[in-house]
Design a protein around this ligand. Structure first.
Ligand SMILES: *Cc1c(COP(=O)(O)O)cnc(C)c1O
Length: 474
């Protein structure tokens, strides 16, 4: 029953490929966001009765129908959301192959090809970020959150060798790290998961553009040291979630260097700037970091999840993660890294293949063009918004655009902006969101996350916003 007959498979594959192709071709004509009725959805799912199994093609049709109508279509060119991409075709193919070949990536010996493909990608991308080839190491992760968690663990073991065996209670005081209040909340979760508690993350004040203010860092470090806390790390965010801005990592690196802190670059989205010559200056200094988080499932448009962790401290991940077992196969006599000894996971999906196959076909040049196009669409959006009396309230070369209503400056409370954003979403024609920059400036947020978003799509969004504004009173 678990392996279908060849005839059944033949029919299933054909229909599945048709369903995928139909989705790719037609999603742009569909509502971006569904209208959701939770009770109806639960009733519908419960219609599937495992006491009365379905035929394979019926199951396929049932599921595709459900997904068409019950998800926010992040691959839609008018999804202006939270860094979720339109998956590259080669990435979709790669993920299907991975499911079928099902490599087990805990032990190198089980999958030398898969492990070496990932090693190759980590080395090449690490070099793009400016890490020296001879010291770069790292791994694919489930996503950015795991990469940030890995960075915290590495920084802790590096700063406090006793942490590895004794945990936080083996330290002479509470460890603290620094991140701006606009940093990603996975840093707080990582602190909790490391056993140092969420309060270990100290908010660093922002400058007027919602970037970390490096001048605010030394007094915080001094205060914490004088109170018996143990500063060990600073996180610079390259591409903040709300405003898409880059913390000034070069100046942060000066402070981290002087104070002996581990510098982590959380470049999950913005790191892609390193691949485009005219955008690279905005991540200048990233090479000075001790570790980097980057998500291939964001700006590099591979299907989720494909996080990446990089560090220039070769050998450190093994110190952090390796445990000796009698049962895990080890490859002897070869200079290879065993993933189960250098990462958080054991059984692990071959996440790197979708990036490898996508890069193999698009090339660096293809990626450069896609990133450049999205950036140009972001510039066009800013231009069209200003022309239609919207005020852009963030400043970044990347395509995250935060704005409010210039026609009615007194009416820019979060509630009214939310009503405008909700009206756009309810129209089904686009997906946007709202945020509060620096915890105080409400804004509508639209981010170009799709390589297929065109000038027409941008024009349509601004028209939808205008219609929504007209329909929402103060
Ligand atoms: C997306 C993001 C994360 C979290 O990554 P996931 O892949 O969603 O787990 C962390 N930091 C930044 C800056 C991000 O943009």
């Amino acid at each position: 029953m678990l392996s279908l007959t060849q005839t059944e498979r033949d029919g299933l594959w054909r229909e599945m490929i048709e369903a995928i192709e139909e989705y790719i071709v037609s999603v742009k004509s569909h509502r971006v966001a569904p209208k959701v009725d939770v009770d109806a959805l639960r009733r519908k799912i419960a219609e599937v009765d495992f006491e009365r199994p379905m035929v394979p093609r019926a199951a396929l049709r049932w599921v595709t129908g459900l997904m068409w109508n019950h998800q926010v279509h992040t691959p839609h060119p008018r999804y202006y959301g939270l860094f979720n991409p339109n998956p590259a075709t080669m990435g979709i193919a790669a993920d299907a192959l991975v499911a079928a070949f099902n490599p087990q990536m805990a032990a190198w010996g089980h999958n030398p090809a898969a492990c070496e493909i990932e090693r190759y990608l980590v080395a090449l991308l690490g070099e793009k970020f400016g890490y020296p080839r001879e010291s770069v190491t790292g791994s694919f992760t489930t996503a950015g959150a795991e990469a940030n968690h890995t960075a915290l663990l590495c920084a802790l073991v590096h700063a406090f060798p006793a942490y590895r065996t004794g945990g936080a209670r083996a330290l002479d005081g509470p460890p603290v790290l620094y991140a701006s209040s606009e940093s990603h909340h996975s840093v707080v979760k990582a602190a909790r998961l490391c056993g140092i508690g969420g309060d270990a993350v100290v908010d660093v004040p922002l400058d007027a553009e919602y970037k970390m203010d490096p001048a605010a860092l030394p007094p915080l470090i001094e205060r914490d040291r004088s109170q018996g806390r143990l500063p060990f790390m600073v996180v610079a965010t390259l591409g903040t979630t709300s405003a898409g801005v880059m913390d000034p990592i070069d100046r942060i690196a000066d402070v981290a260097g002087r104070e002996g802190l581990w510098l982590h670059a959380d470049a999950a989205w913005g790191g892609a700037a390193a691949l485009v010559p005219e955008l690279a200056p905005c991540v200048e200094g990233i090479a000075r970091s001790d570790s980097i988080t980057f998500d291939a499932h964001k700006f590099l448009s591979v299907p989720m999840g494909a996080g990446m962790f990089f560090t220039r401290h070769r050998g450190l991940p093994e110190r952090v993660f390796a445990v000796d077992t009698g049962y895990m196969p080890l490859t002897r006599g070869e200079p290879v890294e065993e993933p189960h000894r250098t990462t958080m996971q054991w059984s692990r999906r071959f996440a790197g293949l979708k990036l490898f196959m996508s890069l193999a076909v698009a090339g660096w040049k293809g990626y450069e063009e896609a990133i450049r196009h999205q950036t140009a669409m972001g510039d066009l959006l800013r231009e069209r918004l200003r022309a239609a009396d919207w005020q852009v309230v963030n400043r970044t070369p990347l395509p995250t655009v935060c704005f409010s209503d210039a026609r009615d400056p007194g009416g820019n409370g979060l509630e009214r902006l939310r009503c405008i954003s909700d009206a756009v979403i309810a129209s089904g024609r686009a997906w946007i969101s709202t945020t509060t920059l620096g915890g105080r400036v409400p804004a509508i947020r639209a981010c170009v996350t799709n390589y297929a978003t065109s000038a027409d799509d941008i024009g349509a969004l601004v028209a939808d916003l205008d219609a929504a504004r007209a329909g929402v009173s103060r």
